[in-house]
Unconditional design. Structure first.
Length: 238
């Protein structure tokens, strides 16, 4: 049995992954934006899931989420699923929160970050950390996953493009298969398949893909980590 923490698991791909992983007998910690939103995962809690709450748009609350996970006894895997598509909070939710949780949650052996094919339209400019758009945010988090893979020994870190799937974010007309949208995260979280145990990959439907060239650029990775450390006042121990 693996203990897995999934951010943004009140709906969409995060909830779908939580349901599947619970059904497979794993211990799952679900996450919602606030206590009220936890009602959306009450059925998962009745099935045995643990739950934490906190707004990932707020650095203070993100730190509290990490503390809650620690008080529950830690985790083997973190799936950084939470994300938003529009508005002024894109970078805090899509980039800063995964960085902080990576820095503050001790012990996971596997880290999985949700990207998007739209990351290829992002700009590799760390000056956009506080002003970037969705594509920028997904380029940044994809580079973050690659940097963690390079720097954190003994940890398997990968990024997943789930495709354009019919969730609240993707919309009902999205053309991709919803099941395939969360299958890769589950596989990377729990499988002993040698491919699932490799690190530094960018995955789509269980197949490695080639990401934006900046993702593998160590200078960009290092500049991004430095900018995030400065922005948050927190530097991970690698």
């Amino acid at each position: 049995m693996t203990r897995i923490f999934i951010t943004g698991s009140a709906d969409g791909l995060g909830r779908a992954a939580a349901e599947t992983l619970l059904g497979e007998g794993h211990e799952v910690i679900v996450h919602a934006r606030d206590e009220k939103r936890l009602a959306a995962v009450a059925d998962l809690v009745r099935r045995g899931a643990l739950a934490v709450a906190g707004d990932l748009a707020d650095m203070g609350e993100t730190r509290l989420v990490a503390e809650q996970v620690g008080r529950l006894g830690g985790v083997d895997v973190v799936i950084h699923n939470a994300g938003i598509y529009t508005g002024s909070l894109i970078m805090p939710v899509n980039v800063v929160a995964p960085y902080l949780l990576t820095a503050l949650i001790d012990g996971p052996r596997r880290l999985i970050y949700l990207s998007s094919g739209m990351h290829r339209g992002g700009r590799a400019d760390v000056g956009r950390l506080t002003s970037g758009n969705y594509s920028d945010s997904k380029l940044f988090v994809t580079a973050l996953a690659a940097a963690v893979a390079r720097l954190r020994a003994g940890v398997v870190s990968n990024c997943v493009d789930p495709g354009w799937v019919p969730t609240k974010m993707g919309g009902p007309g999205a053309p991709d298969d919803l099941r395939l949208g969360h299958l890769t995260q589950e596989w990377l979280a729990t499988s002993d398949d040698p491919e699932a145990l490799t690190t530094g990959g960018y995955w789509h439907h269980q197949k490695r893909q080639t990401p934006h060239p900046a993702v593998g650029d160590h200078r960009f990775q290092d500049a991004l980590l430095a900018a995030l450390a400065d922005h948050t006042g927190t530097k991970p121990a690698y």
